[in-house]
Ligand binder design. Structure first.
Ligand SMILES: Cc1cc2nc3c(=O)[nH]c(=O)nc-3n(C[C@H](O)[C@H](O)[C@H](O)COP(=O)(O)OP(=O)(O)OC[C@H]3O[C@@H](n4cnc5c(N)ncnc54)[C@H](O)[C@@H]3O)c2cc1C
Length: 405
């Protein structure tokens, strides 16, 4: 049964994104994976029907038809809509899904902490096309060569100089890092303050000293660009520092932004579910029609049990992601559920794709085989947006009454 059978709005978006994934994403998935190229044409088309690069700031009314109630206390539908759409897009191709939504990573802190002027500037910087004729995209630059999970060790510094901040440091593994027209870069403003001294800055492409670096070659999600970015004494006006307009006059730092993960982790978890489902459906179809040594595959108990286990695991991971999103939309503390959804989705995607590879045998080892691609795409889900260990650490801290973030 469709999980959204009693909700036409969520059902509608899921069906629409499923059709989009089938007709527009799947046919180009292998090409962009092999070429390791961004699907710029598709991104342009998607923008025209409402999947804009600033959707996280502007809302998704054009795409979903939903006008959220501005009352912050009222339940929202954003997290559940994102979960409904994201499973389908990742089912189509996780790399392309990330290319379509990658700017959202940078938009999220601007939406949460930005002033109206900063939001306007961000929109302006993302308008139109870049020098290559591509739609403009944004990047969120936090991770560094020596700092990923633990941001208190951030080496990129921001030093005050009159009305400006001077940013110096290097970032690594940045989605859209090479092509972005605007960056949200995180830097340490006060070495002794540790995590609470970390601040985000909006920096436009072309600012002197901002140097996009080497593009990484990756195992999976290869349609999404990942690159280094260097900041060589980049001068940024103080008005471009995020968080200055927080309630009580206190600047908001990265800790505030981390709360956003409670909405984004269920989305990352459900993307992993989308990959698992793609591999599972491929396998199921093969089992239904196939034979081995003259006997139907479906008559082999070990194969049937594998299918049953996969279906149980995928369903459980999906429901956990939906629950975590439902809690986010209802303003409930979902920090543990969001981490569980992300960690379980990643584990299920890896488990299902690994077993599908084994059951299909040597054919799945061929580089152009779809299951081989899903197997490669699954791995990243245990690394970005907080590794599997980090999610378990959060869940365990929550269980034992410690501050989980
Ligand atoms: C494809 C891709 C896209 C990405 N996009 C972006 C992006 O757009 N912007 C951005 O800023 N970053 C991005 N990242 C970086 C990503 O967020 C980091 O890779 C991730 O946070 C892990 O950091 P790390 O690789 O430095 O690993 P580390 O933090 O060095 O961790 C190494 C290992 O130690 C474990 N570990 C670390 N701390 C603990 C602890 N306290 N307890 C237990 N175990 C621990 C980890 O689980 C891991 O197994 C991206 C990464 C990839 C691969």
């Amino acid at each position: 049964m469709d999980l959204f059978h009693d909700n036409p709005m969520f059902q509608g978006i899921r069906q629409m994104m499923n059709a989009f994934a089938k007709q527009a994403i799947r046919p180009i998935a292998a090409k962009h994976d092999q070429e390791e190229s961004m699907p710029w044409d598709l991104m342009k088309q998607a923008q025209a029907f409402g999947m804009t690069q600033t959707a996280v700031i502007d809302g998704r009314k054009k795409l979903t038809g939903v006008d959220e109630d501005p009352d912050p206390k009222k339940p929202k539908s954003q997290a559940r809509l994102s979960v409904a759409a994201s499973e389908e897009m990742a089912w189509g191709c996780a790399g392309i899904a990330l290319a379509l939504g990658g700017s959202g990573l940078a938009c999220a802190p601007v939406a949460r902490m930005g002033t109206d002027e900063q939001k306007e500037e961000f929109r302006r910087l993302l308008k139109g096309v870049d020098e290559k004729g591509h739609i403009k995209v944004a990047a969120m630059a936090l991770s560094e060569p020596a700092t990923g999970s633990d941001i208190s060790g951030l080496k990129t510094s921001a030093t005050r100089d009159g009305d400006h901040w001077i940013i110096r440091g290097s970032k690594q593994w940045i989605t859209n890092g090479q092509s972005a027209s605007v960056y949200v870069v995180w830097a340490q403003t006060e070495a002794a303050a540790g995590r609470s001294g970390v601040r985000g800055f909006i920096v436009a492409r072309g600012t002197p000293g901002l140097v996009p670096g080497k593009k990484e070659t990756k195992l999976g999600i290869r349609a999404s660009e990942t690159a280094q970015v260097h900041f060589e004494d980049v001068r940024v006006h103080k008005d471009m520092m995020l968080g200055v307009a927080q309630a009580g006059g206190q600047p908001g730092g990265l800790a505030d932004t981390k709360k956003m993960l409670d909405s984004t982790r269920p989305v990352v978890g459900i993307q992993a579910v989308g990959i698992a489902r793609a591999a599972f459906e491929y396998l199921l179809e093969r089992v239904q029609g196939g034979t081995v040594q003259g006997t139907p595959l479906a008559s082999h108990q070990h194969i049937m049990f594998e299918l049953a286990d996969m279906q149980m695991e995928i369903t459980a991971a999906r429901m956990l992601a939906h629950r975590a999103a439902w809690m986010a939309d209802h303003h409930l503390d979902n920090v543990a559920e969001a981490s569980m959804a992300k960690a379980l989705g990643a584990r299920v995607a890896q488990a299902v794709t690994t077993r599908a590879m084994v059951l299909l045998g040597e054919e799945a080892l061929e580089p152009s085989h779809p299951v081989e691609k899903w197997y490669r795409d699954a791995k990243i889900y245990d690394i970005f947006e907080g590794t599997g260990q980090i999610q378990r650490r959060i869940i365990a801290k929550h269980l034992t009454g410690q501050n989980p973030t």
